[in-house]
Design a protein around this ligand. Structure first.
Ligand SMILES: Cc1cc2nc3c(=O)[nH]c(=O)nc-3n(C[C@H](O)[C@H](O)[C@H](O)COP(=O)(O)OP(=O)(O)OC[C@H]3O[C@@H](n4cnc5c(N)ncnc54)[C@H](O)[C@@H]3O)c2cc1C
Length: 378
């Protein structure tokens, strides 16, 4: 692969496959064991321009549609879910919202560094008392002469410890509900911003998950992303795109688990093993169809929120089903620490929670289906 980076969708997928085989898969076990992605690996991702995918070329981005980004994330996730999720968060819920909502000045200030991977992006919405119910944020912002001051805390935030830039959501007045929420760009290292805890978790180990404190964080007026009071819109549009990214990562894990299982099942094996393989194939194919369908709809400029939720729900369910079936097929050897089946199962189990739980995807889907006029069908 050249430094200029490949161009077509097929070339990007092939480049991701090569990168996954050469750099990621050999380190997947140690990333999981040490709960850390080596910084050289992040630099290598950036050197191959994966951190610039889909961002505007004027700011150092590499042209790529959603289907291409999805293919890259799937390939990386099939080698290490943690690496893919780190990239998905950086691209989908930090850099892309800046491309979408940022002023020319904000894009010029932040996108080149994000595209180069000099800054890795994070997204800070969830709080100790506000997860699924995003409108009930307690993190507050106030106006001051030079801009804004933020106070509050965030939890379960990916990429934040090493983040060069964090998109943070805060409320001017919680009694205003969703209308009080605004989005802010907070550079890593801003005084008053600190990581108070890094969680040791079941799966996606290596993708850091942290608790943050914002204590009198002073920001210039240019830190406001999108209209004041429009923060929830920024968050929801980022999350809709983010769900296609996370669904692609779940698809990669589902595929890796399927391939693991396939290697262990023989034609002469018991019915139950062959049945699990067949069911897993159907789960994987359904997830792929929904993920590719959601990406296609987004790329063709059609509304895609419903498809993104369906893709995220089904791909994360497929990952859990196949990884769990794979553990049954592998038996005790698959349960040993460091064995691929046990890592895949732990990774898979986190996907139904991140970027909106399965129950929340069902609520989004039901609302969209009931509000659609004319009513849509699948
Ligand atoms: C590994 C990891 C990484 C994450 N990264 C980020 C990140 O980068 N940025 C960020 O902002 N957040 C992040 N999150 C947070 C994640 O988005 C939230 O955990 C998720 O949205 C759920 O919120 P909660 O944990 O507060 O659960 P809650 O909202 O308290 O939900 C608890 C349970 O109740 C169910 N539930 C809640 N409301 C309803 C309802 N109305 N109807 C039916 N069931 C309901 C949920 O489905 C869930 O099963 C991450 C989480 C994890 C685990």
């Amino acid at each position: 692969m050249t430094d200029a980076g490949p161009r077509s969708a097929t070339e990007w997928r092939a480049a991701a496959q090569t990168f996954a085989t050469e750099y990621v898969r050999p380190r997947a076990e140690s990333i999981d064991r040490d709960d850390r992605i080596p910084s050289e690996l992040v630099r290598a991702l950036a050197a191959q321009k994966f951190t610039a995918l889909g961002l505007p070329p004027d700011w150092g981005g590499q042209p790529a549609d959603t289907a291409t980004v999805s293919a890259v994330l799937e390939e990386l996730a099939a080698a290490s879910a943690a690496v893919a999720v780190t990239l998905a968060v950086h691209l989908s819920v930090c850099a892309t919202p800046i491309s979408q909502w940022g002023t020319a000045g904000q894009q010029a200030s932040w996108l080149p560094a994000l595209a180069r991977g000099d800054r890795i992006g994070a997204f800070g919405l969830t709080e100790p008392g506000a997860g699924s119910d995003t409108a009930s944020l307690r993190t507050r912002y106030e106006h001051v002469p030079e801009g804004f001051v933020l106070n509050g805390s965030k939890t379960f935030i990916s990429n934040a410890a090493t983040a060069g830039l964090l998109l943070v959501f805060a409320s001017r007045d919680p009694s205003l509900g969703s209308h009080g929420i605004s989005a802010f760009l907070v550079p890593g290292g801003t005084p008053g911003f600190s990581v108070t805890q890094r969680f040791d978790k079941l799966g996606l180990r290596g993708s850091e998950t942290t608790e943050l404190l914002l204590e009198n964080v002073r920001l210039p007026a240019t830190a406001l992303l999108g209209p004041e009071g429009g923060g929830l819109k920024v968050a929801l549009s980022a999350l809709a795109g983010g769900r296609v990214g996370i669904a692609s990562c779940a698809l990669g894990v589902a595929r890796a688990a399927f391939e693991e299982m396939r290697r262990r099942v023989r034609l002469e094996d018991a019915d139950w093993k062959r049945t699990l393989l067949a069911r897993s194939f159907v789960e994987l194919a359904s997830a792929r169809a929904l993920v590719e369908g959601a990406a296609r709809r987004r790329d063709s400029g059609q509304p895609f929120t419903t498809e993104a939720s369906a893709a995220k729900l089904v791909a994360s369910r497929a990952a859990v089903f196949i990884a769990s079936a794979g553990m049954d097929v592998a038996g005790p050897s698959g349960a040993i620490s460091g064995a691929a089946p046990e890592r895949l199962l732990r990774d898979a189990r986190v996907f139904p929670i991140v970027e909106g739980t399965t129950e929340i995807q069902e609520l989004i889907l039901a609302r969209a289906l009931l509000e659609d006029d004319p009513p849509r069908t699948a």
